[in-house]
Design a protein around this ligand. Structure first.
Ligand SMILES: Nc1nc2c(c(=O)[nH]1)N[C@H]1C(S)=C(S)[C@@H](COP(=O)(O)O)O[C@H]1N2
Ligand SMILES: [Mo]
Length: 249
């Protein structure tokens, strides 16, 4: 995977640079080489690991003709069924936990916020990718409204569905939370978000792999640590299948 390749490259770069650095560092020409190499390594590292870098965005013409649904495609349970039957008019997104002003937002509230539209590529670890268009407010605008408390370190996304008998959930850190391409999408490919893709609201966190993009989001909880949440590893797949919590690409 890309992640491993990049990590391997970074590790190799740093290791190669540090090996023998004592000997080289003693002579002046050696020091010049070392410092130049360090500068190169630093800029390389910045390019490869800049957490604020944007994911590539695509044109309308590049959108995939078909975007498959993965994992849950229709949550079970009476509560979700009732919300769906009412076209999500009674649905509310809760934003709570370590916030100063807990929020309860309707879809109309969310649609009335400033919106971002982005055409991005979704990469699932199961070996497929698709390019789709997403529409919704940037997550940081909601976090600004709620006012994160100083102790907040992570955001947990609680979903309406269960998978393998467990509630689906995911979490991200505050760098991803405030990333400009991290949005709460209520529309996909110029239509209201279909149930198969997470209606009425799903997370798009474009620098991360597919499983981090929580569908059917009901509640966003700001927390100081992930230990006490479900299996403690920050997400359903992390808890049950050893997926990396940081699925950055
Ligand atoms: N609530 C919830 N979110 C989820 C999943 C899920 O099963 N339930 N599957 C994840 C995985 S593995 C992928 S690849 C994407 C699939 O999104 P899609 O159905 O829009 O293709 O959603 C992610 N988010
Ligand atoms: Mo996935």
């Amino acid at each position: 995977m890309t992640l491993i390749t990049r990590r391997t490259l970074l590790v190799t770069g740093a290791g190669g640079l540090l090996a023998g650095c004592d000997a080289i560092g003693k002579s002046q020409p050696g020091r010049d080489i070392l410092f130049k190499a360090e500068a190169v390594n630093r800029s390389l590292q910045r390019v490869l690991t800049d957490r604020n870098a944007l994911a590539r965005e695509y044109s309308d013409a590049e959108m995939s003709p078909r975007f498959r649904s993965n994992g849950t495609s229709r949550p079970g349970g009476e509560a979700y069924r009732a919300l769906m039957a009412g076209n999500f008019a009674d649905w509310r997104l809760r934003v709570d936990g370590l916030v100063q002003r807990p929020l309860s937002l309707s879809l109309a509230d969310i649609r009335a916020m400033p919106q971002r539209v982005q055409i991005t590529r979704h990469d699932c670890v199961e070996g497929w990718s698709a390019i789709g268009k997403w529409h919704g407010p940037q997550l940081w605008t909601l976090l600004d409204l709620a006012g994160l408390r100083d102790a907040a370190r992570y955001l947990v996304f609680h979903c309406a569905d269960t998978l393998l008998g467990r509630p689906y959930y995911e979490s991200i850190d505050l760098i991803d939370a405030f990333h400009p391409q991290t949005i709460l999408a209520w529309a996909m490919n110029n239509r209201t978000l279909p149930v198969a893709h997470g209606a009425p609201l799903r997370l798009r966190v474009e620098r991360q792999l597919g499983y981090k993009h929580a569908k059917y989001v009901m509640r966003i909880e700001a927390v100081a640590a992930l230990d006490g949440i479900h299996g403690g590893k920050g997400g359903l797949w992390e808890d049950v299948s050893g997926y990396e919590w940081y699925g950055g690409i």
